[in-house]
Ligand binder design. Structure first.
Ligand code: ADP
Ligand code: MG
Length: 252
């Protein structure tokens, strides 16, 4: 589904992502772990089109996407969530989900005048889809609430609801469990499992080892910009290089 080949991303002279290669198989939930500063978020930003790679190639469903604009990659079905959720706080939960830019006739200027009926129908369909997704995420009762009033965990669920509007094939999740209480973390894990069973592939950055060990296979480990290893959860847990990386050892 996704092919990352010899990918590097530098900031000035600093290589945040350094010669990283891996393949994501369709249908998997792949974990991505590594100490803070390892380059995980930068890797996501580069895959999702926020940064142009300094070197290397990225293919999604057989098409090159390095250098392609983020909104275009999003439309192709590759979406990401942020480590710190960014909802519009003064808008309701439902409005936040409906705002996601999916193809709608109403956004093309002329159709507003020529095809009012179509526009109204599409807006209704958009609202209906948003409501369905919110219900699925367990946020149905909060649809009319301002996003600012949601807890950290609920905002993570809202982020996921928003990207689901795009009918994604691959979702990059940046720390879905960070700052989330254990009950809500359980909900998030259940939703990931269910969405995966419905055919969505995931790449998940997470520090919560319980989530990684129960949901993810394979697991990728990054340290100091490099891909240290890839393995099953059990292999990764037992590998001394992983422990070294977390304790500040230099990968070889
Ligand atoms: P992780 O998500 O694994 O904690 P990041 O990808 O956020 O790691 O960061 C990797 C390294 O790149 C860090 O040393 C960070 O300071 C640096 N970095 C990240 N983004 C930028 C940026 N926009 N400009 C300069 N340095 C950056
Ligand atoms: Mg990060």
């Amino acid at each position: 589904m996704l092919e990352v080949i010899h990918l590097s991303k530098s900031f000035g002279g600093f290589r945040a992502v350094s010669d990283v290669s891996f393949i994501l198989r369709a249908g998997t939930i792949t974990g991505l772990i590594g100490p803070n500063g390892a380059g995980k978020t930068t890797l996501f930003d580069t895959i999702a089109g926020r940064y142009r790679p300094t070197a290397g190639r990225i293919s999604f469903l057989g098409q090159r996407i390095d250098g392609v604009a983020p909104h275009q990659i999003f439309r192709e079905g590759l979406v990401r969530t942020f480590q710190i959720p960014r909802p519009f706080p003064a808008m309701t939960v439902l409005e936040n989900v409906m705002l996601v830019p999916i193809e709608q006739a109403g956004e093309r200027f002329w159709t507003n005048w020529i095809r009012r009926q179509t526009v109204r129908r599409e807006e209704l369909a958009c609202r209906e889809r948003a409501q369905e997704i919110l219900a699925f995420m367990g946020l149905g009762a909060l649809a009319g609430e301002f996003a600012a009033n949601l807890s950290g965990g609920q905002q993570k669920l809202l982020e996921l609801a928003r990207v689901l509007m795009a009918r994604p094939r691959l979702i990059l999740l940046d720390e879905p469990g960070a700052g989330v209480n254990p009950t809500l973390l359980g909900t998030i894990m259940d939703k990931l499992k269910e969405l995966n069973a419905r055919g969505i592939t995931f790449l998940v950055i997470e520090h919560n080892m319980d989530l990684i060990m129960t949901l993810c296979d394979p697991v990728l480990v990054m340290a100091q910009g490099k891909l240290l290893l890839e393995g099953t959860p059990a292999e990764v847990r037992c590998d001394t290089r992983v422990l070294d990386a977390y304790l500040g050892g230099v990968p070889t």
